[in-house]
Design a protein around this ligand. Structure first.
Ligand SMILES: CCCCCCCC/C=C\C=C\CC(=O)SCCNC(=O)CCNC(=O)[C@H](O)C(C)(C)COP(=O)(O)OP(=O)(O)OC[C@H]1O[C@@H](n2cnc3c(N)ncnc32)[C@H](O)[C@@H]1OP(=O)(O)O
Length: 294
């Protein structure tokens, strides 16, 4: 039976409807709910909504919450498709939580990177058809979440004074995207655009992102979620085994490679981040983010 999950609480769809609970409304969510999951009882589409104010940055707990939510949805065999969305106006996901990288505890840093790798396995390798509803900024690891989905719908930039942006901006910060994320970029937008984007740390406005194939569609802000859910219905109707086998044609070798090198990748990350130079960069970047506010 389909269930609607609001954080750790489980509600049967029928029960939720009897209670008059809109499965698309999270108004009764608690602040601690980092991720909210709902399942539409009519269409069978699951929606995982990132809900970590102010910017959905990926802390250890946020990564773990996303993985738990994906696994919960995947454990329900009736469900074939999933929308990944944000509850925050203007931000899909700001990427890794930079405070996790700043003067880190080694054990927590190891767990943190492991949990970020795990999202890659769970989302990029999901048996579900996955649609990203990108109604706001998606830099760096935020872009990775979108790249891990099968289809990306972004808010249009037309008429906006401050359009949302998406891309891998790591080099601008003086750091380097991990190779598996770099390859996701190359596989999605092609070698040349990825080289330009990675080298220059480009964050693309929506129309440019569409032009280079980084996103698949642009729609007005108020339509992003509903359009993503409609697209998820379409993908959910494709025979599941054939759809998954096709996805794995493109992704299995990448997933297998990280699985085989996961520990080395984590060791490298840890030594990279704990290096004095990287710490100076991270420190400066954190200061620039808070100065921007003041
Ligand atoms: C050779 C192989 C090498 C392998 C090496 C591996 C090493 C890889 C290491 C790292 C990989 C990193 C990938 C990443 O994801 S790095 C994170 C990149 N993210 C960003 O650069 C985004 C930064 N944020 C922004 O640009 C904006 O916040 C934005 C998302 C556009 C939203 O803007 P706005 O709505 O105006 O919000 P504010 O800027 O005012 O931010 C509100 C508060 O949130 C804090 N914040 C923002 N982003 C982050 C973040 N990523 N982590 C932690 N905190 C963040 C910001 O400081 C404000 O806080 P406060 O209110 O307390 O001032």
């Amino acid at each position: 039976m389909l269930v609607a999950t609001l954080s750790k609480r489980l509600l049967r769809v029928g029960q939720a409807k009897r209670c008059g609970l809109s499965l698309r409304s999270f108004s009764d969510a608690k602040d601690k709910d980092l991720v909210l999951t709902s399942i539409d009882g009519d269409t069978g589409v699951a929606t995982i909504t990132m809900n970590q104010a102010p910017v959905n940055s990926l802390s250890l707990e946020m990564c773990q919450a996303i993985t738990t939510a994906i696994k919960e949805v995947e454990s329900q065999p009736e469900i074939q498709s999933l929308v990944l969305a944000s509850s925050l106006p203007g931000v899909f996901c700001a990427g890794l939580d930079i405070t996790e990288l700043h003067k880190p505890d080694e054990k927590r840093l190891t767990d943190f990177w492991h949990s970020f790798q795990q999202i890659y396995f769970d989302l990029y390798g999901s048996r579900l058809a996955t649609i990203a509803a990108i109604a706001g900024h998606a830099p760096a690891a935020g872009c990775m979440l979108a790249l891990s989905c099968d289809y990306r719908i972004m808010v249009s930039g037309a008429g906006s004074k401050k359009p949302s942006t998406i891309g891998l901006n790591e080099t601008k910060l003086g750091i380097v995207a991990p190779s598996w994320l770099g390859y996701q970029y190359i596989d999605t937008i092609g070698q040349r655009q990825a080289e330009l984007g990675l080298s220059l740390g480009l964050l693309h406005q929506p129309e440019q992102a569409l032009a280079i194939g980084l996103v698949d569609e642009l729609v007005p802000r108020e339509e992003v979620l509903s359009r993503a859910q409609a697209e998820a219905v379409k993908w959910g109707k494709i025979p599941a085994k054939a759809r998954l086998a096709s996805k794995m044609l493109a992704r299995k070798a990448r997933l297998d490679h990280l699985a085989a090198t996961r520990k080395e990748d984590n060791d490298f990350f840890r030594s990279f981040v704990t290096n004095e130079t990287a710490q100076k960069i991270i420190d400066g970047y954190l200061q620039s983010l808070s100065k921007k506010k003041s």
